[in-house]
Write a protein that binds this ligand. Structure first.
Ligand code: FMN
Length: 311
C-alpha cells in the first residue's frame, strides 16, 4: 500500500486521464492479417495516450498495428486507481492474466515488435503479460515503450521480458502523452534502425528474390535504415522501372551511364532499375546479377512491385 501511495500525487495531475474517451468507439481492431512489413506495433491503451503514440509509430514505420483489446474492457470504475478498482487488484495479483479479445493470425511474419503500454503502479498492466505469453516470440526483437503520468519505465519492461525470455528485448523508453510524431520517429530511428543497419538488404521484384551486389555508400546505408520498403514501380522510357520511395534519403548524384541490372537512386527519393542502357544523373545503389534478356522478361512490363527487406 505504501508503494501505491507514492504514485497518488503524480497521478492526481493526470486528471485528464479518464476512461470516458469512449472505449467502444475506438475498439474496432480485429484479427490482423500480416502485410509485407516485418515490424508490428502492438499496444494496450485505455485512455488513448499510448494509442496515439502507437499510431505515430505505425505511421512512421509504415507497419501493421495491433491493439491489445481486453475481452472485458476496462470501464472508468475499473481504472479508478484511488479505489479498490479492477486494475489495482490485477496489478497486485501475480497470477492475473486478463483475457485478450483478438489474436494475431501469424506472428511469424514479424521480426520486430514495438510494444506500447501505460504504466500501472510502476509496471506494465497484466494484460501485457497475457500478450507476451500468448505467442512464440523467440528471436524476435521487442522494443518497449510506455506512457505514464510521471513514472519512468523503470522495471516494467525488464519484468515483462521475464515472461518472454527468448525474445531480444531492447531498452524501452517512457514518453509523456504529449510526445509528438517527430519524437517517436527519432526514437525509432535510433533503436530499430540500428538493428536494420547491420542486416543485409534483400531485393524482390514481384516476389522473386534477386541476387544483387550492393554499393558500399551512404545512400545504401540510408536505404537500409528505412527497411522494409514496398515500392510500386512503373515502366519508363523503354529501359527502366521507376518508383517513389516515399521519403528522401542520402544522395550523391552524378551523370552516369547505366547498363541493364543497375539499381540507382533518382533525385534522392525514387529508385530506378534498368533493363536497357541509359544515361542520367543518379546515385548508384547496386547491380542485379541477371542477363539482359532475364532482366527484360522481369522488367519490361507496365509495372512491377519492388520489395526491399532486411535479413
Ligand atoms: C491503474 C492505474 C495506475 C497508474 N499508475 C501510474 C504510475 O504508477 N505512475 C504514473 O506515472 N502514472 C500512472 N498511471 C497513469 C497512466 O500511466 C497514464 O495516464 C497513461 O498515459 C495512460 O495510458 P493510456 O491512455 O494509454 O491508457 C496509472 C493509471 C492507472 C489507470
Amino acid at each position: 500500500m505504501k508503494k501505491l501511495l507514492t504514485f497518488i500525487l503524480p497521478m492526481l495531475i493526470l486528471s485528464s486521464c479518464t476512461a470516458n474517451n469512449s472505449q467502444s468507439d475506438k475498439h474496432t481492431s480485429r484479427t490482423i492479417t500480416p502485410g509485407d512489413n516485418n515490424v508490428l506495433v502492438a499496444y494496450f491503451s485505455v485512455t488513448n495516450n499510448t494509442e496515439k503514440l502507437a499510431e505515430y509509430a505505425k505511421e512512421y514505420l509504415q507497419s501493421d498495428i495491433f491493439e491489445i483489446i481486453p475481452t472485458q474492457e476496462y470501464t472508468a470504475a475499473d481504472i479508478d486507481y484511488n479505489s479498490d478498482c479492477r486494475a489495482n487488484k490485477e496489478q497486485n495479483d501475480e497470477s492475473a492474466r486478463p483475457e485478450i479479445k483478438y489474436t494475431i493470425s501469424d506472428i511469424s511474419q514479424y521480426d520486430t515488435i514495438v510494444l506500447g503500454y501505460p504504466i500501472w503502479w510502476g509496471q506494465a498492466p497484466k494484460i501485457l503479460y497475457t500478450f507476451v505469453e500468448s505467442y512464440d516470440l523467440s528471436n524476435k526483437t521487442i522494443l518497449p515503450f510506455c506512457t505514464s503520468g510521471s513514472s519512468p519505465i523503470g522495471s516494467s519492461a525488464t519484468n515483462l521480458a521475464k515472461s518472454a525470455p527468448n525474445a531480444k528485448w531492447l531498452e524501452g523508453k517512457r514518453f509523456p502523452s504529449s510526445a509528438d510524431k517527430e519524437e517517436i520517429g527519432s526514437w525509432l530511428d535510433q533503436n530499430l534502425q540500428k538493428e536494420e543497419g547491420v542486416k543485409n538488404m534483400k531485393l524482390l521484384i514481384d516476389d522473386i528474390e534477386l541476387n544483387v551486389t550492393w554499393e558500399d555508400n551512404d545512400s545504401v546505408k540510408s536505404l537500409k535504415q528505412i527497411l522494409p520498403l514496398t515500392i510500386r514501380m512503373h515502366e519508363y522510357g523503354g529501359f527502366e522501372q521507376t518508383g517513389a520511395i516515399g521519403k528522401s534519403i542520402t544522395k550523391n548524384d552524378s551523370q552516369i551511364d547505366v547498363v541493364p541490372g543497375d539499381v540507382v537512386l533518382y533525385q534522392g527519393s525514387a529508385i530506378s532499375i534498368f533493363y536497357d542502357n541509359s544515361s542520367w544523373s543518379y546515385t548508384r545503389l547496386g547491380h542485379i546479377n541477371l542477363s539482359k534478356s532475364e532482366l527484360n522478361d522481369l522488367l519490361n512490363k507496365s509495372e512491377v512491385i519492388l520489395h526491399l527487406k532486411g535479413e
